[in-house]
Design a protein around this ligand. Structure first.
Ligand code: MLT
Length: 259
């Protein structure tokens, strides 16, 4: 819909609706398209700000990306669109990792926080090595490597085949340089568990009951660590709650944001 010149990149983004601003951060290696189904039911009550993160979806890739780079991109985007009110951040998986970095650097800009299908823990040595190996394979064989490796873990058993096929194709189409940059940024991210007790904004933790990547136990770590947080476990969904159970996701999100 539009691009914002921010932090040295032309970031693709969409803005829908009006009301309190809510900034949606997608997972890896996905795009803002993953929030499509929630736009219509939420646009009358909220301003929905939906970027494609640097190097993913329709935003161009660069080298040398860290969680801080993504945060600087977002702060610039918010400035470009002239949004000065405190923001609600909704981060799914890698979007949650970025949300933690946002809390570290700009807690004063936040109104509320929604952590969906994500984790506070950083990568174990095995996962770090796997990121390095995956980046090598993507460099050689392209993003299909990641699409093929992730597709079965991304969705719960009830997800329809056409949803899986669509997202396998979208992931496979992602710029390999953006995929490699994101793998590196995730590998190097800090442990966010020490941050949990410091989070002062109202926080909702959401997880699909069948999430195989960040299962309900990782959501409980965040819920138990963040003072006063709420936890919602969504039945009939895996790692992609907003795509698999959009209406349930909208219901819990709206109830929380209006509460
Ligand atoms: C995601 O969905 O963003 C990724 O699975 C996160 C990760 O690889 O740690």
């Amino acid at each position: 819909m539009a691009t914002a010149d921010t932090n040295g990149v032309k970031l693709y983004y969409e803005v829908h609706g009006s009301g309190e601003p809510v900034l949606f951060l997608h997972g890896f290696p996905l795009s803002g398209r993953m929030w499509q189904a929630i736009v219509q039911p939420m646009r009358d009550a909220f301003t929905l700000i939906i970027p494609d993160l640097r190097g993913l979806g329709r935003s161009p890739a660069t080298e040398g990306v860290s969680m801080a780079t993504y945060v600087d991109d977002l702060v610039g985007l918010v400035r470009v669109i002239g949004e000065t009110r405190p923001i609600t951040l909704v981060g799914l998986s890698m979007g949650g990792y970025i949300a933690f970095e946002f809390v570290r650097r700009h807690a004063d800009r936040l109104r509320t926080l929604v952590l969906t299908d994500t984790r506070a823990e950083n990568d174990t040595p095995e996962v770090k090595q796997n990121r390095i190996d995956t980046a090598e394979r993507v460099r050689k064989d392209g993003s299909r490597v990641v699409a093929d490796a992730m597709i079965d873990k991304l969705f719960g058993p009830q997800a329809p085949t056409d949803l899986r096929t669509r997202w396998r194709d979208l992931m496979a189409d992602t710029d390999p340089d953006g995929v490699i940059a994101a793998l590196t940024a995730m590998r190097d991210r800090p442990d966010s568990r020490p941050l949990l007790a410091e989070i002062r904004v109202p926080t909702l933790v959401v997880v699909g009951a069948d999430d195989a990547i960040t299962p309900p136990n990782t959501a409980r770590v965040m819920h138990q660590g963040i003072p006063g947080s709420q936890l919602e476990i969504i039945p009939g969904a895996g790692h992609m709650v907003p795509l698999e159970q959009p209406q349930r996701f909208v219901d819990v999100l709206t109830r929380f944001l209006k509460g």
